[in-house]
Ligand binder design. Structure first.
Ligand SMILES: [Zn+2]
Length: 456
C-alpha cells in the first residue's frame, strides 16, 4: 500500500468511526473540496456541470516541470467535435463542446498527490516516475478554479472584441475573494526508493510558532530533526543528481534521484468556511464575536483566520471549557482535568490505547538510552577498566574466565564497548556522546588486532 492508498483508507475508516457524532463532517469540513465536471457548449449558450467531491488532487508529474503545469493540464479538458460532438438536449442537436474538469470549492487543507507511480504496459510492471517537478511554498489556485477560468475566458473574449451572448452558467456560482485561493506549503511526504519498495518520511512546518518563522522538522520514523526549508528543492523536487564514481580517474555522471515528494500539504493562509459565502450576492456578515469574545472588526469574513465555523456547543470537544470553574483551586483543577482526560479516553478503542501505551514506554526507554547521562555512565564503565598490558590472546579468542580472568574481562569490556558504539553511533545523531571513550577503545583494541578494523 502506498501513502496515497493509506491516506484514503485511513480517511474512510475515520469517516465510518465518526458517523453519527458531532464531528461527522470533520473530514469534509477540513480536507474536502469539490471538482466540477463541465460541459460547455460552444455552438449554443447551454451548459451543464456535475459536481464531484474530493479529498486529494492528483497531479501528473511526468514531463511536467512544476505543479503549475500539472494543474494547467488538469483543467485543460478536451474539445468534443465532429462525430464526437456533444448532443445538446435543449437545442436537440450536436454542438462542439468543451469537456473539462476544474476546481470549484477548495478546503482549508489541500492535499495533492504527485502521480509518481505508474503502470508500464510494456513491461507489465509498476514503475516510479522520478521526473523533476517543482512546487512553490506559496500557491495561488485561482487560475485552476471555475471562478478563475471564467474570469480568464471573459477577459479573453473582451480582448478579442467578442461580445457574444453570455453562457448560461452564472447560476449556482459563488464569488470568492482573492484570499480564498491563497495557500502555503506546510508539509511534504517524501518517498525514497523504487516502485515496489521504499521508505516514507515527512517534512512538516511548525505552525505553532509565530508567523514568518520558517521552522520545519523532518519526521523519519522515530527520528525527529530540524529541517531547513531551503533544502526542499534538493530533497523533494526529484530529477537527477551528480554521481561521483572512481574508475582510475575521478569521473562523474548524472543519475536519477530516487528521493522525491509524493504528497504535498497546502494550507489556506486565511482559513475560511464555505458557509461564509452564499451563492450569488455575498452575504453580509454582522460583526461576530471571536474566540476571546472580542468584537471582530475585520471588514471581510475571510480575515478571521484560524477561527473555524464552530460556535458555542458546536466547538470540538477537545477545547476545554474551564473558565466557568474559576473558583476551583489548582489541585482541584488538575483533578478535574484528569477526570476529563479519563472521560475523553473512554471513547478510545482499547486496542489503540494499549498500543499507545507500549509506544510511549518504548519512547521513554529510548529517551533514557540516548540520554547524555547514560552515555557518561557507559563511558565510566568502559574507561574505568584498567587493561592489562600485552595480554596474550589465543587465536580463536575463546578466553576462559577460569584460567585467564584478566584477559576475559578485558575482552568482554571491549566487546561491550564496541557493541555500544555500533548500536549508538548510527542512532544518536549528535554523536559527541560516544566520541569521548572512542580513543580509549581504539588504544586497547590495538592489542586485539582482529577488531581493529571495526573501529575505523
Ligand atoms: Zn444548446
Amino acid at each position: 500500500m502506498d501513502a496515497d492508498e493509506f491516506f484514503n483508507m485511513f480517511m474512510d475508516r475515520l469517516e465510518n468511526q465518526i458517523k453519527g457524532t458531532k464531528e461527522e463532517h470533520f473530514i469534509k469540513q477540513h480536507f474536502g473540496g469539490v471538482v466540477s465536471n463541465e460541459l460547455i457548449c460552444k455552438g449554443c449558450p447551454h451548459y451543464s456541470e456535475r459536481e464531484e467531491s474530493f479529498l486529494t488532487v492528483n497531479l501528473q508529474v511526468k514531463n511536467k516541470k512544476n505543479i503549475d503545469q500539472s494543474l494547467a493540464a488538469f483543467v485543460e479538458g478536451e474539445m468534443l467535435d465532429g462525430d464526437n460532438a456533444y448532443h445538446c438536449a435543449i437545442c436537440d442537436k450536436k454542438v462542439n463542446t468543451l469537456k473539462r474538469a476544474c476546481l470549484k470549492k477548495l478546503p482549508n487543507h489541500l492535499i495533492m498527490v504527485m502521480k509518481r507511480f505508474e503502470f508500464d504496459y510494456d513491461t507489465m510492471a509498476k514503475v516510479k516516475v522520478n521526473d523533476y517537478c517543482e512546487f512553490p511554498t506559496k500557491l495561488n489556485l485561482e487560475p485552476y478554479t471555475q471562478q478563475g477560468l471564467r474570469k480568464a475566458e471573459k477577459a479573453k473574449k473582451k480582448e478579442q472584441g467578442q461580445d457574444t451572448e453570455e453562457q448560461q452558467q452564472e447560476e449556482n456560482v459563488t464569488e470568492y475573494p482573492p484570499s480564498y485561493f491563497e495557500y502555503k506549503l506546510v508539509g511534504v511526504v517524501i518517498h525514497l526508493g523504487f516502485a515496489d519498495s521504499g521508505h516514507y518520511y515527512s517534512l512538516i512546518q511548525d505552525r505553532e510558532k509565530e508567523e514568518n518563522s520558517e521552522s520545519w522538522y523532518e519526521f523519519n520514523d522515530h527520528l525527529v530533526s530540524n529541517f531547513d526549508p531551503k533544502e526542499i528543492p534538493s530533497e523533494a523536487f526529484g530529477g537527477e543528481e551528480k554521481w561521483k564514481y572512481f574508475s582510475g580517474n575521478d569521473s562523474s555522471s548524472m543519475k536519477e534521484k530516487i528521493k522525491n515528494a509524493y504528497l504535498l500539504f497546502y494550507e489556506r493562509i486565511e482559513h475560511c468556511s464555505e458557509d461564509q459565502f452564499t451563492t450569488g450576492a455575498a452575504k453580509k456578515d454582522s460583526p461576530k464575536k471571536d474566540e476571546e469574545g472580542k468584537e471582530d472588526r475585520e471588514t471581510t469574513p475571510t480575515n478571521r483566520s484560524n477561527v473555524e465555523n464552530f460556535t458555542g456547543d458546536e466547538r470540538p470537544q477537545l477545547v476545554r471549557k474551564l473558565t466557568s470553574d474559576s473558583t476551583l483551586d489548582s489541585a482541584a483543577l488538575v483533578k478535574k482535568e484528569k477526570e476529563e482526560d479519563m472521560e475523553d479516553l473512554k471513547n478510545v478503542p482499547k486496542e489503540f490505547l494499549q498500543n499507545l501505551m507500549e509506544k510511549n514506554q518504548k519512547f521513554h526507554l529510548h529517551k533514557n538510552i540516548f540520554s547524555r547521562e547514560y552515555f557518561e555512565f557507559i563511558d565510566e564503565i568502559v574507561t574505568h577498566r584498567q587493561f592489562t598490558p600485552n595480554l596474550k590472546y589465543t587465536e580463536n579468542y575463546n578466553i576462559d574466565f577460569a584460567t585467564n580472568p584478566e584477559a576475559y574481562y578485558d575482552l568482554e569490556t571491549l566487546k561491550f564497548a564496541i557493541l555500544f558504539i555500533l548500536t549508538a553511533i548510527f542512532r544518536d545523531r549528535a554523536r559527541e556522546g560516544i566520541i569521548r571513550f572512542l580513543p580509549f577503545v581504539k588504544k586497547n583494541l590495538r592489542q586485539v588486532i582482529f577488531c581493529d578494523l571495526v573501529i575505523y
